[in-house]
Design a protein around this ligand. Structure first.
Ligand code: IPD
Ligand code: CA
Length: 267
C-alpha cells in the first residue's frame, strides 16, 4: 500500500474516532435516561453504546475502504482475504466498565494492521478531547503535537500500571504485582488498557503491563509507544489479532525488569 493510501487512512481513522467519540460523550452525559448495562461475562460490561459506536465506525470505514477487513470487539471479524488489504481493529469503547458506571475514563481505539504489522494507531478520549495518533515510522502525536515516552530507568522512581482481567488467574497477576511492587514501583490500575498504554507514550506513567489483553484494546496504543520512543514487546502477531497477547509497554530503561517480572508469569 503506498504512502498516500496510508496517509488517507490515518486522516479518515482520526475523523471517525472523533465522530464516534462525540456520540459516546453524548450518551455518557445523558446516561441516567439512556444508559443501561449488561454483562458479556464475569466483570465484562456491555452497553448499547458499545454496539452503536462500533456500527458507526464500521459503516464509515467500510464506505471509504470497502476492500479493507474489519475486526471489532462487539461484532467480531470480517477479515478480507485479499492479501494486499489490511484490517481495521476496533474497540468502540475501551473502559466500558467506567463508561457504564459514570466514570469519565474511556476511549475509542482504532488500529490498521497489514500482514501482522500495525501501521496506524488512533485513540480518542472524548471527555478530555484528546486525540492520540501514530503512524509507523512517522512518530506519535497528541492533538497534533509530538509526544515522547519517559526516560525512567529505575522502578523505584516509576509509575507502573498493571492491567488485569478474569481471563488470567489472579495468582499470576498477584505474582507480577508483588515483584514490581517489591522493587519500589508506584503501582496503579485504571479501567482502560488502551488509555493506560497511551499514557506511557506521553510519559504520564512509565509502564503498562498485562498478562493477556485483546488486540482491539492494545494494538493502536502499542504503536503510539513505539513511535514515541518507548519499548514494547512484539505484541502484534498473526495470532494476536484473534487471540490477544501479553503486553509490556514502557520506557526503554524499564524493559529488563518488567520483562523478567512478566515472563515468569506467562501461561
Ligand atoms: C478492558 C480494559 C481493561 C483491561 C482489560 C480489557 P473493556 O476492556 O481495557 O483495562 O485490563 O484487559 O478487556 O472491557 O473496557 O473494553
Ligand atoms: Ca476493550
Amino acid at each position: 500500500m503506498n504512502e498516500v493510501s496510508m496517509a488517507i487512512r490515518l486522516n479518515v481513522a482520526a475523523a471517525v474516532a472523533r465522530e464516534a467519540g462525540q456520540l459516546i460523550r453524548e450518551r455518557f452525559r445523558c446516561r441516567d435516561t439512556a444508559l443501561t448495562f449488561e454483562f458479556k461475562g464475569p466483570q465484562d460490561y456491555l452497553t448499547q453504546t458499545d454496539g452503536e459506536a462500533e456500527r458507526l465506525i464500521s459503516a464509515r470505514l467500510t464506505e471509504v475502504f470497502p476492500d479493507d477487513g474489519f475486526f471489532g470487539e462487539e461484532t467480531g471479524p470480517r477479515i478480507n482475504s485479499t492479501a494486499d488489504c489490511g484490517t481495521w481493529i476496533v474497540d468502540p469503547i475501551d473502559g466500558t466498565a467506567d463508561f457504564a458506571r459514570g466514570v469519565p475514563y474511556f476511549c475509542v481505539s482504532i488500529a490498521f494492521v497489514q500482514q501482522a504489522v500495525t501501521e496506524i494507531g488512533v485513540l480518542y478520549d472524548p471527555m478530555l478531547d484528546e486525540l492520540f495518533v501514530a503512524r509507523r515510522g512517522h512518530g506519535a502525536t497528541l492533538n497534533g503535537k509530538p509526544i515522547e515516552a519517559s526516560q525512567a530507568k529505575d522502578l523505584s522512581e516509576s509509575i507502573v500500571e498493571l492491567g488485569w482481567s478474569p481471563r488470567v488467574a489472579f495468582s499470576r497477576y498477584a505474582c507480577v504485582l508483588e515483584k514490581v511492587h517489591s522493587k519500589g514501583a508506584g503501582v496503579k490500575r485504571r479501567g482502560s488498557g488502551a488509555l493506560g498504554i497511551a499514557y506511557v507514550a506521553i510519559g504520564r506513567q512509565d509502564a503498562y503491563c498485562e498478562l493477556h489483553i485483546n488486540s482491539w484494546d492494545a494494538a493502536a496504543a502499542v504503536l503510539l509507544v513505539q513511535e514515541a520512543g518507548g519499548w514494547t514487546n512484539e505484541f502484534m502477531t498473526p495470532a494476536c489479532i484473534t487471540e490477544g497477547n501479553c503486553v509490556i509497554a514502557c520506557s526503554q530503561g524499564l524493559r529488563r525488569d518488567l520483562e523478567a517480572a512478566m515472563s515468569e508469569n506467562l501461561a
